[in-house]
Design a protein around this ligand. Structure first.
Ligand code: COA
Length: 172
């Protein structure tokens, strides 16, 4: 059974290690999610610590999926702080630990992330994802559209410069 919860900064702080485990597991598996070296736990901890601080402002929101009481997946919804972008939200850090994949967890997290953004009046969602990754199929199946791709955008865990695909979804 999968439970999805939105975490405040206070709720997320004691779960820092669990959040790092998910991100570290994905990087070790070769995911293109900002990090190259999965063994650099300190960098991964700094990343999540910054994100946890940012939850307090409300500009970022964090959803996590629990399986048997353990966090196995995350997604973040980031709201633009600029006055001309108040209608917009960015989806990031959709991460499912390799041992929890292909059970529909990412799809459920995305549904809830979209619902959360819609409830807060957002009408445009954006994200980017490594070109060719299976995540693109998930987004396309949820009515996201491809805006375009940028070559040589991010270095992979294998040292290759991969393209990224920029996607968007209009919420009605
Ligand atoms: C992409 C990712 C989030 C998918 O998580 P998941 O929980 O396994 O995905 P789901 O089970 O919800 O599958 C949703 C859809 O994604 C696609 N998909 C997911 N894994 C796939 C795979 N191994 N092969 C082909 N399609 C796949 C399918 O379209 C699937 O729909 P279907 O089950 O109806 O065929 C996960 O593989 C992951 O964390 N990858 C590394 C991090 C990453 O790349 N995140 C995206 C950053 S933008």
């Amino acid at each position: 059974m999968i439970d999805i919860e939105r975490l405040s900064a206070t709720q997320a702080q004691p779960l820092l290690a669990a959040l790092c485990d998910v991100l570290q597991g994905c990087v070790a598996d070769g995911a293109s999610v900002g990090f190259i070296d999965a063994s650099d736990r300190a960098a991964i901890e700094r990343f999540w610590q910054d994100k946890i601080y940012s939850l307090a402002s409300g500009d970022n929101q964090l959803l996590v999926a629990y399986q048997q009481g353990v966090i196995v997946a995350t997604v973040m919804v980031g709201f633009s702080a600029m006055p001309n972008g108040r209608h917009r939200a960015e989806i990031s850090k959709l991460l499912v630990h390799p041992r929890a994949r292909r059970q529909g967890i990412a799809r459920r997290l995305m549904q809830q992330a979209e619902q959360l953004a819609a409830e807060q009046g957002k009408t445009l969602l954006v994200l980017d994802t490594r070109s060719g990754d299976v995540a693109t199929d998930l987004y396309l199946s949820m009515d996201w559209q491809i805006a375009g791709s940028i070559p040589m955008y991010a270095e992979s865990t294998e040292g290759v410069l991969d393209a990224t695909t920029v996607m968007f979804k209009l919420l009605r």
